[in-house]
Design a protein around this ligand. Structure first.
Ligand SMILES: [Zn+2]
Length: 263
């Protein structure tokens, strides 16, 4: 593997194509025989807490997050309102607590700090950070949808919602955001340097890194062939069309689970 900075810098040249295309929707399904229980009576609602020294982050993420929020509301019927709150938390975190999503400025700052150490231009740093931040948001949205829709989760929910986030971003026309999210976990791993916590409910950072690369590659092998050149270890994961199959299975599973809830 090349040095991490060189690899991330190479990917940095690809930034700038993450905006969700307007009006992107999933397959039209079931409008005619739509049962009342799937009525759309709620929305995702962005909320901004006091900036507490993070004014810049609040400013530059707003546009990106508003686009993502519109996309979510165009995609999903909600039985309740779900607030997505940005605020200073006193810790690096992003959570779904059963009622709302909280995105902590401290964690956002950490995302920017890591990309700042790996990319050159401010534009690349902000694009990469925004992309990874929206991936993290969609991961929390995945927890929220599982909860409010009462969806079954056969396996570890943390892995499932990484997969939800990847599928939603790829469907939404922002597959490169998944690549930047993968790089975020690579950078975190490089930066943390501590002993792995095998008891943690999440997969290891490097497992998340390779899984995300695998899924985005699987969604478009030709378009993401370059990932294998940059990260040759990916070769063993993609062999035999495994990543295409893995991505298709996850995409089909999410679409089947979410079908009654699509707008
Ligand atoms: Zn989670």
């Amino acid at each position: 593997m090349r040095s991490i900075s060189a690899s991330v810098a190479l990917l940095g040249t690809l930034s700038g194509c993450f905006l969700f295309p307007p009006g992107t929707t999933a397959d039209e399904t079931g409008a005619a025989d739509e049962p009342d229980e799937y009525e759309d009576v709620g929305d995702f609602r962005l909320r901004w807490g006091s900036d507490g020294g993070y004014e810049d982050y609040a400013d530059w993420t707003k546009e990106w997050l508003e686009g993502s929020n519109d996309y979510l509301n165009e995609q999903y019927r909600l039985p309740i309102d779900i607030d997505i709150r940005h605020e200073k938390c006193g810790m690096e975190n992003a959570t779904w607590d059963g009622e709302r999503i909280t995105m902590c400025y401290e964690m956002e700052a950490r995302v920017v700090e890591l990309f700042d150490g790996a990319l050159e231009t401010e534009e690349d740093i902000l694009s990469a950070s925004s992309a990874a931040w929206v991936f993290i948001l969609f991961h929390e949205v995945g927890h929220g949808l599982i909860d409010v829709y009462g969806l079954p989760v056969p396996g570890r929910e943390e892995d499932a919602v990484d997969s939800f986030s990847a599928v939603a971003l790829i469907d939404g026309g922002a597959p490169d955001a998944v690549v930047y999210a993968a790089l975020f976990w690579l950078l975190i791993e490089q930066d943390s340097g501590g002993e792995p916590n095998f008891a943690d409910e999440h997969s290891m950072n490097m497992q998340r890194f390779y899984s995300l690369l695998c899924w985005v590659y699987g969604s478009d092998p030709r378009g993401y062939e370059y990932l294998v050149e940059i990260f040759p270890d990916l070769e063993s994961r993609i062999a035999g069309g495994r990543c295409e199959a893995e991505y298709e299975q996850q995409s089909d599973s999410w679409h089947e689970l979410l079908e009654p809830w699509y707008q």
